[in-house]
Write a protein that binds this ligand. Structure first.
Ligand code: SF4
Length: 444
């Protein structure tokens, strides 16, 4: 039992930003004597959810409903609904479920530990933190530099460098639920990175909705930050997600090319291959400008691992627009494409645009696109057979005894046989076989 006798459980749905926020809250609660337990023993369950897609939102609604029988029997657990989903549906959840006692969005993370303690000590209280200024960000600072941030992977960690987004792409809910763009103080970022390196972390991924905008609001820039982090003593690998093409500039590429610890991997979401659709999405680049940036980056960084995000079936997308996306895939040959059929998010401009496509057509296009990309990915991966890569061993492979998995500098998953003693180490692996989703190899 923890020092204060209170028990909590955290359930996270959604992106790395949610995982990162939840890990920090777990860290503070444990440092205050709370015990982290399975959900059936918890006094308070914190559900951190995503609202970027309708499906993720439905999952969280049904998750909250699951606590009804236990609440009727024992008046436990109290539920704290947090993350971007709470910003959107928190008030409804508060009204609908008597056991939802706290709702808070991503901007309120710094207020969460106190608020959770308050609902736990005054079980009749209900706290709604949502109704405040969207420009306000309550960061969560630790009382001591010696704290170990709770996280599931010992060797790799994410570090948030900015919150929110000001870009208002017309399909995206993020600026409404995560608030305005705010860069984190660089000294806080460096000290968090140093804390992680001291705790054995080898690879740090800098995280933000649009990392390339870092510093615009505080007179700094992302290339500067990336270089500083990449030169911290003891760091082995640095990555960053996500980049916005219009803000991805040559100085960032120079840092990637010039410092060995910055991995040659880049996620550069294009979203569509049609300049007409990009305009409707409020993305501020053309197809040609995107292609030029990719060429410039590949020239300076040979062996770059390049992935993208792409939406098909945006309102008004014609067969010709869709073919522009298909031809872009063939022209650029991405290593991986995170594709999605467009789904309406209430409150965004695209949700009320004319020319919505039938869902079946969106899915049919998605299948065609995935089929093309799978063959491209497989071709790229097969060409790597026989090459040797340095892998950071992440974990046991999900299927197969005695198999480990890790990633190449270009961020490809490699599965190979080896002892668990290698977890967290760098090893050399020769690629022996390729699939679209992963590579297989043997220790050299
Ligand atoms: S850049 Fe566009 S897609 Fe990305 S979070 Fe901001 S609004 Fe959403």
């Amino acid at each position: 039992m923890g020092g204060n006798g209170k028990k909590f459980c955290v359930k996270v749905y959604g992106c790395q930003m949610n995982v990162y926020d939840a890990d920090r809250v777990r860290t503070v609660l444990c440092s205050r004597g709370w015990e982290e337990v399975q959900e059936d023993e918890a006094d308070v369950i914190m559900i951190t959810g995503c609202s970027v897609r309708a499906k993720a939102e439905q999952k969280v609604w049904s998750e909250i409903g699951l606590y009804d029988p236990s609440w009727k029997k024992s008046q436990r657990p109290l539920v704290a609904l947090t993350g971007c989903i709470a910003q959107r549906i928190g008030v409804n959840a508060l009204n609908r479920f008597p056991y939802v006692r706290l709702v808070a969005g991503p901007r309120h993370i710094g207020l969460l530990p106190d608020a959770i303690e308050q609902i736990a000590s005054h079980p009749k209280s209900r706290i709604n933190l949502l109704d405040d200024d969207p420009k306000e960000f309550h960061s969560l600072n630790f009382d001591s530099d010696n704290i170990t941030i709770k996280r599931d992977n010992k060797h790799k960690a994410y570090v948030t460098i900015a919150h929110g987004c000001d870009n208002f792409c017309t399909y995206c809910i993020v600026p409404y639920v995560r608030g305005r763009f705010v860069s984190r103080n660089p000294e806080d970022i460096f000290s968090e990175c140093r804390m992680l390196i001291d705790d054995g972390v080898k690879e740090i991924t800098l995280l933000g909705q649009n990392v390339n905008s870092y510093g615009k609001d505080i007179g700094l820039n992302f290339a500067w930050l990336l270089e500083k982090v990449a030169r911290l003593e003891g760091i082995k690998r640095v990555r960053f997600v996500t980049s916005l093409p219009q803000d991805f500039t040559g100085d960032i590429v120079d840092v990637m090319a010039g410092i060995e610890t910055v991995c040659p991997s880049l996620n550069l979401p294009v979203q569509s291959g049609s300049t007409r659709i990009l305009r409707m999405m409020n993305r501020k680049y053309t197809r040609e400008e995107y292609i030029d940036k990719v060429k410039m980056t590949r020239e300076k960084i040979p062996g770059l691992g390049l992935t993208t995000d792409l939406i098909v079936g945006f309102p008004g997308e014609t067969e010709e627009d869709f073919e522009d996306s298909m031809s872009l895939l063939s022209e650029i040959r991405f290593d991986l494409v995170h594709s999605a059929a467009y789904s309406e998010r209430e409150g965004t401009p695209a949700a009320t645009m004319e020319g919505a496509l039938p869902v079946e057509l969106r899915l049919e296009r998605l299948n065609r696109l995935n089929e093309l990309q799978d063959s491209i990915t497989l071709g790229i991966n097969k060409a790597l057979t026989g090459e040797v890569f340095e892998i950071l061993v992440d974990d046991s492979a999900p299927k197969g005894d005695g198999l480990l998995q890790g990633r190449t500098p270009s961020d490809k998953v490699v599965i190979f046989e080896g002892s668990k003693k290698l977890l967290g180490q760098f090893v050399k692996v020769r690629i022996t076989e390729a699939e679209a989703w992963c590579l297989h190899g043997e220790l050299v």
